[in-house]
Design a protein around this ligand. Structure first.
Ligand SMILES: *[C@@H]1O[C@H](CO)[C@@H](O)[C@H](O)[C@H]1NC(C)=O
Ligand SMILES: *[C@@H]1O[C@H](CO)[C@@H](O)[C@H](O)[C@H]1NC(C)=O
Ligand SMILES: *[C@@H]1O[C@H](CO)[C@@H](O)[C@H](O)[C@H]1NC(C)=O
Ligand SMILES: *[C@@H]1O[C@H](CO)[C@@H](O)[C@H](O)[C@H]1NC(C)=O
Length: 343
């Protein structure tokens, strides 16, 4: 036990300089020596941990919640606590701010490097909204929602509460006539046009929050129109990523309202040309519209096909495979489509 501890200490002290430690955040050992050199007021476990980090002589610390003291120790007791009859206080090895974070001594907090969060910057941001509230800049991030077992890339625009882009379409070149596997896992390039993936949308939206889905359509580079969906989430793959939301409203600014073409699809399951879950026995709606979407049954109730083929500015061609959004947007052709989440 002691040998292992000393080995860990040696590794730790050599990595402290670079401030990268992959150890569990609070690694617990027993503190039996009560004659630690420094005893200071402590507000919390993290507060004691950071005080130890700020003091280069400290290698080990313990928090005594009653009466609220930090014991900062220059070494780890070598005695066996049981043998010498000391009270055992849970103690921890010196912890540093992780993933490039730096200690802000004036506030006893770690300031995390952009993209990271948590008391000691031990994790990725959950979504772009969390990054927005931490004042991180607009760019591509690796995010990891609580449900996700590994991080994934996404474009974050850090305005208006932080936008987690799930679809970006600014050019007809990226084909959206794709298979179930492609819609599930995502395709395209997060630095340009892409679909983030149904699995990622599931992981992002099943967080117990009021996630807002915002759909923006442009008919020319100069005009954009938006519709908002509240309490948006999708079920998991076993329910074919069924669509849920509680209410909808358009952008209230003059000339910016889009219209609701998604409500006919409420409760519908996602379909692609090779995975038909639309409930219409006579037709494969994804094949008809050459895209993936939550298609209602029958197919002709479909009011929006924003992942269909993008056109030139002007009027909708009338072809079912071309992108359309009938409600209020009428017969105008879709030039750009953006879909993002605000948590
Ligand atoms: C979309 O995919 C289907 C199935 O592979 C195919 O029949 C159809 O021609 C494709 N459409 C386009 C525009 O590529
Ligand atoms: C993604 O798009 C960016 C910007 O257009 C480009 O620089 C990059 O090479 C693209 N990456 C891939 C893998 O295509
Ligand atoms: C939609 O399709 C169904 C058959 O699938 C048909 O009975 C109905 O008349 C169609 N409605 C419209 C508005 O075309
Ligand atoms: C886009 O929509 C706006 C507002 O309705 C309209 O004034 C403009 O002419 C449209 N542009 C194109 C290219 O259709």
């Amino acid at each position: 036990m002691r040998k292992t501890l000393l080995a860990v200490l040696t590794v730790l002290s050599s990595t402290v300089a670079t401030q990268f430690v992959s150890e569990t955040v609070f690694r617990q050992y027993s503190l039996c020596s009560t004659d630690c050199r420094f005893v200071t007021r402590g507000r919390s476990k993290i507060h004691c941990s950071l005080q130890c980090y700020a003091d280069s002589a400290c290698v080990f610390w313990a928090w005594d919640s009653n009466p609220g003291l930090c014991r900062l120790c220059a070494n780890v007791a070598e005695e066996n606590c049981a043998e010498i009859g000391h009270a055992v206080l849970p103690g921890y090895l010196r912890t540093v701010c992780q993933n490039g974070g730096t200690l802000d001594i004036s506030r006893w907090r770690c300031s995390c490097f952009a993209g990271f969060a948590g008391d000691v910057c031990q994790r990725r941001i959950y979504d772009c909204s969390e990054g927005f509230h931490l004042n991180y800049p607009t760019r591509v991030y690796e995010i990891q929602p609580p449900l996700a077992t590994s991080p994934f890339s996404v474009y974050c625009r850090m305005t208006f509460g932080g936008r987690t882009y799930i679809a970006t379409r600014t050019h007809p070149d990226l084909q959206f006539n794709r298979t179930w596997e492609e819609y599930k896992n995502g395709f395209g390039n997060v630095s340009g046009d892409y679909w983030i993936g149904l699995e990622q949308i599931y992981l992002l939206t099943n967080n117990g929050l009021d996630n807002e889905l915002k759909i923006e359509i442009r008919n020319s580079t100069d005009f954009h129109f938006q519709q908002y969906y509240y309490y948006f989430r999708i079920s998991d793959e076993s329910s074919y990523y069924q669509l849920h939301f509680a209410s909808t409203k358009p952008n209230a600014q003059p000339g910016k309202a889009l219209g609701d073409s998604l409500s006919p699809a409420l409760g519908c399951r996602f379909s692609t040309y090779d995975a038909d879950h639309d409930g219409d026995d006579t037709e494969n709606c994804a094949l008809r519209h050459q895209s993936g979407w939550w298609f209602p049954s029958p197919c002709n109730l479909t009011k929006g096909n924003p992942l269909g083929r993008l056109g030139q500015p002007g009027m909708w061609s009338g072809n079912p495979e071309d992108a359309f959004w009938f409600t209020d947007f009428g017969n105008r052709a879709l030039l750009h489509v953006h879909m993002w989440l605000v948590m």
